[in-house]
Design a protein around this ligand. Structure first.
Ligand SMILES: [Zn+2]
Length: 304
């Protein structure tokens, strides 16, 4: 039996995955997915994860203040914020008002005509720390020509890229685009660009490990409840996932995140506690735990 009193807790907490879905984004999302009102989509999102969500406040600054309060309550020092696709409202406020509290990401759909211009403008006006891509949701292979200008931009400006590969983006996802193997030629050809795979590549742990074997610029990002584990033919626990990655690449390639989205659930403390428990059960040192819960991410973020 492990003695909890001897557990290490990280000196700081950085969350690599926090969605700041604002009201405007909810309205657009509702329309896109065929819902009449933002209330309907929020209730659909809540049903999917067994939570009662409420609509975000209409005022973006009020929404950010809610998150700041929530993060402070949970001793979270900094978080990557993910606004809606190709939207800069949230990161504009974050850069002006709270530059030290958040890393500013953009979620990019490369099929949208102005996506590259939006990214360029946001980068020069507000500073952007990285981007997130969702090939299975936006229907492209990670190696398709359409994405190349984004890789080149990120390579030029040292911006890391988080991929959502694998399952879990709802019934619109297309499995043809969700395999991390698609990133193999990109990670090879852009050796200075760093790639994070959210939720351990959501079901594609084997491919993620293969990719980590081939490339040194690939990171496993731990966010979400990682329910994909239940959809594998073999039995696997979260502890096994951490253990496998640590065995082949050490702790330096694991980055903690929660995938928090809406209130009143707020910051998903349970995910933090569970992952910290796993790290302690595996006997990780203080330094290794600091790495996973903040230092590895700190190293990946460009200084802007
Ligand atoms: Zn997410």
């Amino acid at each position: 039996m492990i003695n909890v009193d001897n557990w290490h807790t990280p000196k700081k907490i950085y969350d690599a995955h926090l969605h700041v879905f604002n009201y405007k984004g909810m309205v657009t999302r509702a329309k896109r997915l065929g819902f009449e009102t933002p209330e309907e989509i929020v209730s659909y999102m809540g049903d999917r994860v067994g939570s009662n969500f409420v609509i975000p406040p209409k005022d973006d600054n009020a929404l950010l203040l809610l998150w700041i309060d929530e993060l402070q309550k949970n001793n979270v020092d900094k978080a990557i914020i993910l606004p809606d696709w190709n939207s800069t409202d949230i990161i504009e406020i974050a850069s002006k008002e709270y530059p030290d509290l958040f890393f500013r990401y953009m979620m990019i759909n490369p099929h949208e005509e102005k996506a590259l211009d939006t990214l360029r403008t946001a980068y020069s006006k507000f500073g952007v720390h990285g981007i997130k891509l969702y090939p299975p949701l936006h229907y492209y292979h990670a190696y398709d020509e359409i994405v190349m200008p984004f890789y080149e931009f990120c390579d030029d400006h040292k911006l890391p890229i988080t991929f959502h590969m694998g399952i879990s983006v709802g019934n619109k996802a297309d499995m043809r685009y969700m395999n991390p193997s698609d990133v193999s030629p990109i990670a090879r050809d852009f050796p200075k660009l760093n790639f994070l795979f959210a939720h351990f590549a959501t079901g594609y742990l084997r491919e993620l490990l293969f990719l980590m074997y081939h490339c040194n610029n690939v990171y496993a990002e731990s966010s979400s409840s990682n329910k994909w584990i239940h959809y594998l033919p073999e039995s696997l626990e979260l502890k096994d996932v951490f253990e496998k990655i640590i065995k082949v690449k050490g702790t330096e390639k694991i980055v903690f995140g929660t995938d928090s989205t809406l209130f009143p659930r707020g910051w998903r403390r349970g995910i933090y506690e569970r992952q910290l428990a796993v790290c302690n059960e595996l006997g990780l040192t203080q330094e290794q735990i600091d790495g996973i819960f903040y230092k590895n991410l700190e190293k990946l973020m460009p200084k802007i």
